[in-house]
Design a protein around this ligand. Structure first.
Ligand SMILES: Cc1cc2nc3c(=O)[nH]c(=O)nc-3n(C[C@H](O)[C@H](O)[C@H](O)COP(=O)(O)OP(=O)(O)OC[C@H]3O[C@@H](n4cnc5c(N)ncnc54)[C@H](O)[C@@H]3O)c2cc1C
Length: 380
């Protein structure tokens, strides 16, 4: 890839959320010249509204390459976080002490056992523990009487997701990536020399193009012979005032951030493109958090929001290169925080011409052509 030419970039990335930015940063690490086109705040932006977990446990039930893929990302996260400190001077507050999935019924705990033991049998190296109430209380002293137990794996963690987005933007630009904000890609045409992207403000050319536009991928993919049947799934989140440190570990629904606030999450709702909050759902989220940690009944809530996840029909990522137009790629998933390290350090080298990571064939959208009735398998 040419590093110093003033002509077109080697790669155009459409979308500057967590997925596009991680890929663009990784491409720049590979020496590629990259331009990122990112629509303005009027677009849907999951990267600015998520829960911040780097979460592995339970993922890949029904598609074990996803378990391996997620794990490989978690293992590369320390390298990504350190690189972002070195290059962007931003500490994204990565903590990977392991995480708890808190259960409120025996049935829920049994379901955790089934899911995690199946994954362990398939993956091999997949440590987990199931804890009853008193065992859990020794690790998380604040849990309430309604908690029956929890599953724990040492593989899980969390970060500050807004610092992550900021760090990726700074680091990629320091490596020469051009970020064109407020530019919406309208059309993509494939030609002999590569791809032309018609934006609202101009036309952009490159030998390769990466669709990383979140929910925007659905409309863009057919322009280059790709398929990205993603749809919105709404999540609502609450955040409290800062409180004394009380929770060293992330849990699936409650976590204390590096800044001391407590996040309560997060619903999973089919609400179309409606990204408004609703009081009944927020009430449920708060009540679940207080059942888990009764002391939280006394903290003040300071903010709430809703954002739209980018969901494929089975909940797993879509990674493809176009057969009709090689050089056009789609990269989309619903766990863009967890997978940021895999996107920067494994997907980007593939896009620049390196070997395809072994897990990737499982994530082609061709699976939807033969499995149109796939039931969603929702894993956080
Ligand atoms: C409530 C909630 C909680 C979540 N919790 C977690 C979690 O704990 N851990 C985790 O790993 N993940 C979590 N996620 C998922 C995570 O936030 C997403 O996977 C990730 O943000 C997706 O990033 P993205 O870049 O694909 O999409 P987006 O953030 O939506 O970014 C897409 C970008 O593309 C731009 N765009 C769209 N169309 C065009 C176009 N035509 N031209 C130019 N630009 C365009 C948009 O403006 C946007 O900036 C959560 C999501 C939600 C909503």
């Amino acid at each position: 890839m040419t590093q110093n030419s003033t002509a077109s970039p080697d790669v155009l990335v459409i979308g500057g959320g967590l997925v596009g930015s991680a890929v663009a940063y990784g491409l720049a690490r590979e020496g590629a010249r990259v331009t990122v086109l990112d629509e303005d705040d009027g677009g849907f932006r999951a990267s600015r509204g998520n829960f911040g977990l780097v979460w592995i446990q339970g993922k890949g039930y029904g598609l074990s390459p996803y378990a391996r893929w997620s794990r490989s990302s978690a293992q590369r996260w320390p390298l990504l976080a350190q690189s972002l400190v070195d290059e962007a001077r931003v500490d994204v507050a990565l903590r990977q002490p392991g995480g708890f999935h808190i259960c409120f019924s025996d049935e829920e705990l049994a379901e955790r056992h089934k899911r995690l033991s199946t994954l362990q049998a398939e993956i091999g190296d997949y440590p987990f523990e199931l804890l009853n109430h008193s065992e859990l209380r020794e690790r998380l002293p604040g849990i309430g009487p309604a908690v029956v137990g929890a599953s724990y794996t040492p593989m899980d963690g969390h970060v500050n997701p807004l610092k992550l987005l900021r760090a990726l933007h700074v680091a990629m630009q320091r490596r020469g990536v051009r970020l064109v904000s407020g530019e919406r890609a309208e059309r993509i045409a494939a030609g002999p020399g590569g791809f032309s992207v018609q934006g609202r403000r101009g036309v952009y050319h490159a030998a390769r193009v990466v669709l990383a536009a979140g929910l925007g991928n659905r409309a863009l993919a057919p322009h280059v012979g790709l398929n990205a049947p993603v749809a919105p799934n709404r999540g609502q989140v609450l955040v409290s005032e800062r409180v004394e440190p009380f929770l060293r570990y992330p849990t699936i629904n409650v976590r204390q951030t590096d800044e001391g606030t407590v996040q309560f999450g997060d619903s999973m709702e089919e609400a179309g493109f409606n990204d408004f909050t609703t009081t009944p759902i927020l009430r449920q989220i708060a009540a679940r958090g207080v059942r888990a940690f009764p002391m939280l009944a006394h903290v003040r809530l300071v903010r709430m929001w809703a954002a739209l996840r980018v969901y494929s029909p089975d909940g797993f990522p879509i990674y493809d290169q176009s057969e009709a137009h090689p050089g056009a790629f789609v990269v989309t998933c619903h766990s863009g925080v967890t997978l940021a390290a895999a996107h920067a350090l494994r997907i980007a080298p593939w896009i620049t011409g390196g070997p395809m990571p072994a897990e990737l064939p499982a994530f082609s959208a061709r699976r939807f052509a033969t499995d149109a009735a796939a039931e969603p398998i929702l894993a956080h």
